[in-house]
Design a protein around this ligand. Structure first.
Ligand code: AMP
Length: 250
């Protein structure tokens, strides 16, 4: 089977996010960017499935500006076989990305699409679900375990109440949670090899998808500053503060 993995270029999770002076968006100029951490977990899972003999080819897909190719190269250096770059300078929303992924699925014919459970820049947690609806495929979201046997995917989902195990029919869309695995680092030889791997290029227009935003951002603000914490010298002092100052216990 072929596996498609969606990888998004986002502000690196170590970066201290700054809001633009005009409050229109988060500052991304001269800011370190990286692959969305959940997507690294998805790439790792695809590679492990290939290593286990369950997949023949892994195709990484990224939608975004020219520099998204760096993110694709990172996925290729980890072990994806080839890349697909859908180039747009418009900040894409989940529905547009889902429509683009659907078009790529129709071209490539994968049995499994792996995505992150959410992109850490927009925190939407929508793309996988929308893609599943558009394709009419099964979905397993927030996967912390994924096993594939005979046309079925067993997914352990991280839900509020604990862990939920479901069995879904393939082809399927699975969005992954951080506990699924620990992504590998790309070795230097693999980084070099990745430079030669193929990246197909499209525009949203080539795929017949209109990426014009439907949501208008009115204002972006930094969260209110939190006051510094205090170190208490005993459990009794902690309980006292929780009861009488924070009033979170009675
Ligand atoms: P979201 O619904 O925006 O929180 O994103 C969920 C997941 O969809 C991400 O973890 C990615 O796997 C995928 N995704 C979202 N946007 C893009 C994009 N521009 N390019 C590639 N994959 C994306």
């Amino acid at each position: 089977m072929k596996i498609l993995v969606a990888v998004k270029r986002v502000v690196d999770y170590n970066v201290n996010i700054r809001v633009k002076a005009d409050g229109s968006a988060v500052e991304t100029a001269n800011v370190k960017m990286a692959m969305n951490p959940f997507d690294e977990v998805a790439v790792e899972k695809a590679i492990r499935l290939k290593e286990a003999g369950l997949a023949e080819e892994i195709i990484a897909v990224s939608v975004g500006p020219e520099k998204s190719q760096e993110t694709l190269r990172a996925a290729l250096a980890m072990g994806a076989d080839r890349g697909v770059h859908v180039r747009t300078d418009i900040e894409t929303e989940p529905l547009a990305v889902a429509k683009i992924l659907k078009a790529i699925v129709e071209k490539e014919g994968p049995q499994l699409v792996l995505l992150g459970k959410q992109a850490i820049d927009d925190d939407c947690n929508q793309t996988a679900q929308m893609l599943s609806a558009l394709l009419g495929w099964s979905q397993g979201t927030f996967a912390s375990k994924l096993e594939i046997t005979d046309g079925t995917a067993e997914v352990v989902r991280e839900v509020d109440a604990g862990l939920e195990k479901i069995s879904i029919k393939m082809p399927a869309i699975v969005s992954v949670d951080l506990r699924l695995n620990e992504p590998r680092y790309a070795s230097l030889p693999n980084i070099m090899k990745a430079k030669k791997k193929l990246i197909d290029q499209y525009t949203p227009e080539d795929l017949g998808v209109d990426v014009t935003p439907r949501v208008k951002t009115l204002k972006v603000e930094e969260p209110p500053k939190r006051s510094a914490g205090v170190i208490v010298d005993s459990v009794a002092a902690l309980v006292d503060k929780l009861r009488n100052e924070a009033k979170v216990i009675s």
